[in-house]
Design a protein around this ligand. Structure first.
Ligand code: CA
Length: 227
């Protein structure tokens, strides 16, 4: 999952980048509203964290302009003040949730995960498709109740595919969501990882959880179970 953090306080920006990276996100950061708007319009984001009080362009303006450009990823706003008007204005501008500073990182993470699940149409933290269960909080995967050990990248690919189970996800989208801009992009790497993922989830080739659609990408094709 690719997250943008727009925050002018250096220490908070750096610590969010480190903690979100540790939590498995690909993280883009911006130090002011102008940089934030550029990233918000140009990068293939899954979710954004935007501070309201920013130099150059306010957080509210960044959100309004991103929404006016039909960007639909969930946005969580950070507000320094206990000012209810800021929160209301932020939500009216198109934000989906808010958090007042100071906050615990665990709360930010839980809210981001909830926003991502809801954007994918899931109500609970456990994603179930047929016999495959992925727990987005514990970051664990099981098939027919037996735990499956995945590497970080395998997990991230599976999480992305399962959050949007039933949709076709292109190789380019997976690559952009999983690697930083400076990573050398190579879609062969994705093919190898998807191949490994298939063998781990379905060693006997019975379930066929991940379909390849030639020239279009991949689709997690096991039916979603209601949570
Ligand atoms: Ca600020």
């Amino acid at each position: 999952m690719r997250v943008l953090v727009v925050e002018d306080e250096v220490s908070l920006r750096e610590s969010l980048k480190a903690q979100l990276t540790e939590a498995g996100f690909t993280v883009d950061v911006a130090k002011d509203g102008a940089e934030g708007l550029f990233a918000g319009l140009e990068y293939p984001l899954d979710v954004a964290v935007i501070d309201l009080g920013l130099p150059q362009l306010s957080g509210l303006e960044v959100i309004r302009k991103a929404r006016a450009a039909r960007k639909t990823y969930p946005i969580l706003i950070l507000t320094a003040r206990e000012n209810w008007q800021d929160k209301v204005e932020g939500l009216q501008a198109g934000a989906d949730d808010y958090l007042a500073k100071p906050f615990h990182f665990e709360e930010l993470l839980a809210r981001l995960q909830a926003l991502l699940r809801r954007a994918g149409g899931w109500a609970s933290a456990e994603l179930k498709c047929g016999p495959v269960t992925l727990d987005t909080r514990a970051q664990t995967v099981s098939v027919e109740s037996a735990a499956v050990e995945l590497t970080t990248f395998e997990y991230r690919i599976l999480e992305h595919l399962m959050l949007r189970a039933g949709e076709v996800i292109s190789k380019a989208e997976l690559t952009e969501r999983l690697y930083d801009q400076d990573f050398e992009r190579d879609s062969n790497v994705i093919e190898v990882l998807v191949g490994r993922l298939r063998r781990k989830l379905d060693p006997h080739d019975r379930l066929k959880p991940i379909e390849t659609l030639r020239g279009r990408g991949y689709r997690f094709s096991l039916a979603r179970e209601p949570s």
